[in-house]
Ligand binder design. Structure first.
Ligand code: BES
Ligand code: ZN
Length: 456
């Protein structure tokens, strides 16, 4: 491994660019400035654009009319660390605690550990290093290139759509490439042609004016925590199907070829169970686990609360309770339509005696393309060059990158999703990691991709 690439990536990972945390705003901005400086130093022209939230970094080479234009998108923001405090005498558990500090990246057995190592700094940076090597060697790239890197992906790209609209002329391109997804197994080149969308919602149920003594009033007033539990439980039928009226109306069924191809992948439901550590896999009847996460919509509770959370017991009827939900969507569902159905569902299912508020959160459209378009085939050639002798896996992903659908709407171009993270990369969790080997593969992939796309 080129030492400079590695030390630069470690420097990038040291910025605690947590987009959701207002206290980190300066760190996020410093991270953007560092990245812009890096892109300048490899020979591109870079600029940092402020937004009402976090800055956007754009860098480009000198464009020529006779070359294809490739836009590489990524994000430099990361998820919060969110770790329970280590109690006295407790030994750290890698499933709950960081074994090394999240913003002091560590190299252990050829693997880089740190927040953002996989999602998305490590993957993005392999493209930066790939371009840097090509510019160093020939001082030229085979394409017109734009790096477009945002700092709000993990909070729903709140200001990115407006930026894209405002700058759509300068950002005009033939194709977009993104490495912010996964590989199905080590060494298996993976091409992703679908992403789920997302619709976030928050439920707030309020009852009495204050917390009440549950002996004095229990039995006569509504309990907001019970109501939130009932509402959450009303989302699914016993067979795992979602019970919201009309929820599946716009769902495109998965194609027969996908079912057949996915059943032959070197990634099985048993692998999924092993990676998660869950005691069993559950979900919508009639689908394998891979089909459930890649091609079916879901309703998930991300957080739920209300009432007494302290040590011991306290006899109260809480005055309020809440649940934070996200629905993962597949083509051709839309976040606004799904939210309207969900809201109506909660309003008809809410028990009497309490007040219900259903708030809409961020949303993102799903994305589905064909793996067989010319650029898709070029990308698959590039993957074969980066991982010689291995067959390319064609998959969808369960995660969301909402901006990919926006790229299609605003710029009118498709996006190639070329993931480099492994199934056990622990994105969004403690001990997030990215093998140096994958970083190197990403650098090879970048070169092969730009060369292949130059001809398509
Ligand atoms: N890199 C992920 C998206 C992803 C994860 C794609 C796994 C494919 C497989 C991205 O950074 C992410 O976490 N997105 C959020 C989006 C949300 C906050 C709008 C997600 O999927 O939860
Ligand atoms: Zn993420």
């Amino acid at each position: 491994m080129n030492d400079r690439h590695l030390s630069d990536l470690l420097a990038f990972l040291r910025y605690p660019s947590v987009s959701t945390d207002p206290a980190r705003k300066e760190d996020v901005a410093r991270c953007a400035a560092w990245l812009a400086g890096k892109l300048e130093s490899i020979g591109l022209q870079a600029a940092t654009y402020p937004t009402p939230g976090h800055p956007i970094v754009v860098a480009r080479n000198a464009h020529r009319a006779d070359r294809r234009t490739v836009l590489i998108y990524g994000h430099y923001d990361v998820q919060p660390v969110d770790e329970p405090e280590l109690l006295e005498g407790e030994t750290p558990d890698p499933n709950r605690h960081w074994m090394t500090s999240p913003f002091e990246p560590a190299l252990r057995d050829g693997v880089i550990y740190g927040r953002g190592a996989a999602d998305n700094k490590g993957q993005l940076f392999s493209h930066v290093c790939g371009v840097s090597e090509m510019l160093e060697g020939s001082r030229e790239l085979p394409v017109n290139l734009v790096f477009l890197v945002e700092g709000e992906e993990e909070i729903g790209s709140v200001n990115f759509g407006a930026f894209l609209h405002a700058h759509r002329e300068e950002l005009r391109c033939d194709i977009i490439a993104v490495s912010d997804t996964g590989m199905i197994a080590p060494g298996v080149p993976t091409f992703t042609y679908g992403l789920r969308g997302i619709a976030a919602a928050e439920l707030r149920v309020t009852g009495a004016a204050s917390d009440l003594h549950s002996g004095i009033y229990g039995g006569a007033v509504g309990n907001p925590a019970t109501c939130v539990a009932r509402l959450v439980a009303s989302l699914h039928h016993a067979d795992g199907r979602i019970a919201v009226a009309g929820f599946y109306d716009d769902v495109t069924p998965l194609a027969e070829w996908e079912r057949a191809a996915w059943s032959r992948l070197p990634l099985t439901d048993a692998d999924l169970q092993r990676v998660t550590g869950a005691p069993d896999l559950v979900g919508e009847a009639g689908y394998s686990a891979l089909e459930r996460v890649w091609a079916r919509p879901t309703a998930e509770v991300n957080g739920i609360g209300g009432g007494f959370q302290g040590v011991g017991s306290k006899t109260v009827i809480p005055r309020e309770a809440f649940a934070k939900l996200t629905f993962r969507l597949v083509a051709d569902q839309h976040p606004a339509g799904v939210f309207a159905k969900v809201k109506a569902h909660f309003e008809t299912h809410c028990p009497r005696g309490v007040r219900l508020e259903v708030k809409q959160g961020h949303g993102g459209e799903p994305y589905l393309t064909s793996p067989n378009l010319p650029a898709g085939l070029a990308a698959q050639n590039a993957l074969r060059r980066a991982f010689p002798g291995r067959e390319v896996a064609l998959i969808r992903e369960g995660g969301s990158i909402p901006i990919v659908a926006t790229f299609r709407q605003v710029l009118g171009v498709e996006t190639l999703l070329l993931g480099l993270a492994l199934p056990d990369c622990r994105a969004h969790a403690p001990n997030e990691n990215f093998p140096v080997e994958n970083f190197e593969a990403g650098i090879r992939l970048n070169r092969a991709l730009l060369e292949e796309l130059a001809q398509k």
